[in-house]
Design a protein around this ligand. Structure first.
Ligand SMILES: C[S@@+](CC[C@H](N)C(=O)[O-])C[C@H]1O[C@@H](n2cnc3c(N)ncnc32)[C@H](O)[C@@H]1O
Length: 189
């Protein structure tokens, strides 16, 4: 029996929809994230770099790196470092972005759980996670070398009072949002 052309097109469309749905499901199942992917606006990345005074002497560890924008901004200021994320698609994107920015020799992007990451080499830790995850990380952060700088977009660290705090008003398609940046240093023993 001859199948009409529009039925063939419909069957192809249904198949592609089925494939797309299953690929998305497989991807979503493959990584169980503590925090969903949301981007830090570029202007805020700059505020984070400024507040933490990131420079060429730094080794920056960006936890939950996403597309690598914070680690890349640090490398553009001369720092070396690494970005950690559980999502392999974002890790691939971060690597590509670092190549395009001309800083891939300064950075490593690793697909890994941030809670299983060795932070001991860091002079700066950058975060855009959530307060619960920040609090879970806090004991490990407090064990780092005294003076290690920590900068977090949007989320605090419970009763650990930041040394610096900055607000910035961001315009997203006519909607204005207040973003916050928190800065701490690991205290001496
Ligand atoms: C809010 S996004 C921040 C992305 C990027 N740092 C930025 O500011 O634009 C949080 C990121 O953390 C990652 N993530 C969530 N849970 C994680 C975990 N346990 N280990 C590593 N990365 C994780 C997500 O995949 C996501 O890319």
């Amino acid at each position: 029996m001859k199948i009409p052309k529009r039925h063939k097109q419909y069957r192809l469309f249904s198949f592609l929809l089925f494939l797309n749905f299953h690929l998305i499901t497989i991807h979503a199942n493959a990584v169980e994230l503590d925090v969903p992917y949301v981007e830090t606006p570029p202007e805020l990345v700059e505020v984070m770099m400024e507040i933490a005074k990131v420079n060429a002497d730094d080794y920056v560890i960006d936890l939950g790196t996403g597309d690598g924008r914070i680690a890349i901004a640090a490398a553009e200021r001369g720092a070396t470092g690494m970005g950690i994320d559980l999502d392999p698609v974002l890790i691939a994107k971060a690597n590509q972005n670092a190549i395009e920015a001309g800083v891939s020799d300064k950075l490593q992007f690793i697909e890994q759980d941030l809670f299983e990451t060795d932070l001991s080499q860091a002079t700066v830790i950058t975060l855009f996670l959530n307060e619960e995850v920040n609090l879970k990380l806090r004991p490990a952060l407090l064990k780092l070398k005294p003076g290690t700088r920590i900068v977090s977009h949007m989320f605090a660290m419970g009763d650990w009072r930041p040394l610096r705090y900055q607000q910035a008003l961001m315009n997203n398609n006519g909607n204005f949002y207040i973003h916050e940046v928190f800065y701490w240093e690991v205290p001496g023993n």
